[in-house]
Design a protein. Sequence first.
Length: 59
Amino acid sequence: MDRRRPGLGVRSRDRRRTDAVERVAVPDVPIPYARPMEDEVIPDAGDIEERVRAVLSAE
């Protein structure tokens, strides 16, 4: 004799998969984009030192 409660049949694999999907709304506002840090040009420490010395000597 089957002791499962009536109405609780075994779900098929396809139905179980669709029940687990959560739908997410797409926002109306644009998502801000920042360039990756790898694309940024980082100045050399020697260049910074030269600029600081130039500014200090100009005063």
